[in-house]
Design a protein. Structure first.
Length: 131
């Protein structure tokens, strides 16, 4: 009976792994030096300002993860700024609230959304990083 349960759990784990989308973009916590290096390298960049308690941020994050799973975004880097713990980073982006997403092509800011959960608008913003 234990073998049957073990096989069952292994099958569930295998199914869950196959169903999860692969992330093409690199996602990491915001770091000034890494952000500057990505800009210098002319990489497509997304800056996501989020708070764990913010439902808008949660919705934005799901849309971002779904979108950047596309292999077209393999060169994109998503920097996440923790709104509660990284307040010192907010002024350089002129951010006053969580739920802000900024798009860059290298050093040039190409778009911004503040407190928007509309999937087509978020996807369009992310696409601007590749143009």
């Amino acid at each position: 009976m234990i073998k049957v349960l073990t096989r069952g759990f292994a099958g569930i784990a295998l199914f869950a792994a196959a169903a999860a989308p692969a992330i093409a973009a690199e996602t990491r916590p915001f770091d000034r030096a890494a952000f500057a290096a990505a800009q210098e390298a002319d990489r497509p960049i997304l800056v996501e300002v989020k708070a764990w308690w913010c439902p808008v941020c949660g919705s934005q994050g799901r849309t971002i993860r779904e979108t950047v799973a596309d292999p077209a975004y393999r060169d994109l880097i998503v920097f996440q700024i923790n709104y509660d713990k990284q307040k010192g980073e907010l002024p350089q982006f002129q951010v006053t609230r969580q739920g802000t997403i900024l798009a860059y092509k290298g050093a040039q800011q190409v778009g911004r959304l503040d407190f928007v959960t509309d999937k087509p608008r978020i996807r369009a913003l992310i696409a601007q990083t590749l143009r």
